[in-house]
Design a protein around this ligand. Structure first.
Ligand code: F6R
Length: 236
């Protein structure tokens, strides 16, 4: 594991973007695993700038996102598909048809999970997976559990996740209680994993996840077993 501590969010975002852009330069038709939430916003802003400058070309890239709320469709501005379109995809030259987010409105979410895993497999797996980390140690929406869950699956969101994500909604009551998330199998099989975390409030969970025991009670701790993991942390 490479554990990089940086001065501030700007530096974190620049470094993370550089790692992702280097992946695209090295393999223009790569498969990027992407995340939502507040942590990657600066990373995406840097990627957009690099694309606008002509330094990186996303036209051959395919993306697979980690997760989606159950019941929110593309027209809902809190859906993760909407987030990705507005914060990244519409501002870079990726082919929107090659961007994938689990469908949280599928009639059969178990089947949607199977289809999503089959898609990732058919693409040949993920070259680089970008992750944030929740205050309870979740990655994607893999919440603390008794076991690490492998396939893409539906989850009940933890109270702490609902509270943390309420900042994006009008009220806590509006936060969906369920989500569909990529499981640990596709994440751990990604060739490279890049996790970004910022803020004093993430310090404790980052320490537990990367320097504590490996346990499904701290889902991100499984990443200690990944052969090519980079963590970038900024206290500010
Ligand atoms: C989002 C995701 C989540 C977030 C995590 C941290 O696609 O998978 O695991 O990365 O909840 O969220 P922020 O970055 O908002 O602190």
């Amino acid at each position: 594991m490479k554990f990089i501590v940086v001065e501030n969010y700007e530096e974190l975002s620049r470094k993370a973007s550089n790692i992702i852009c280097a992946q695209v330069v090295n393999k223009p038709n790569c498969i990027l695993g992407l995340a939502t939430g507040s942590s990657p916003l600066g990373t995406y802003a840097n990627m957009i700038q690099n694309c606008k400058n002509g330094d990186v070309d996303f036209s051959g890239v395919t993306s697979v996102n980690l997760d989606e709320y159950v019941g929110l469709d593309i027209t809902n501005d809190q859906s993760y598909r909407y987030f990705m379109n507005t914060n990244l995809f519409e501002s870079i030259n990726i082919d929107i048809n090659n961007t994938h987010v689990p469908n949280g409105c599928a009639d059969d979410l178990a089947e949607e999970g199977e289809k999503y895993d089959a898609l990732i497999e058919a693409l040949g797996g993920i070259d680089l997976q970008l992750l944030g980390i929740g205050l309870d140690g979740h990655i994607g929406f893999n919440e603390p559990d008794d076991v690490f869950v492998g396939p893409t699956h539906m989850v009940d969101l933890d109270e702490s996740t609902i509270k943390a994500n309420a900042r994006f909604f009008e009220s806590e009551a509006d936060v969906p209680r369920k989500a569909i998330t990529m499981g640990m199998k596709s994440i751990m099989q990604a060739k490279k994993v890049l996790l970004i975390a910022n803020g004093k409030n993430k310090e404790e969970i980052v320490n537990k996840a990367f320097f504590g025991p490996i346990t499904p009670k701290v889902p991100a701790s499984i990443l200690q077993l990944h052969p090519d993991l980079t963590v970038i942390y900024s206290k500010n």
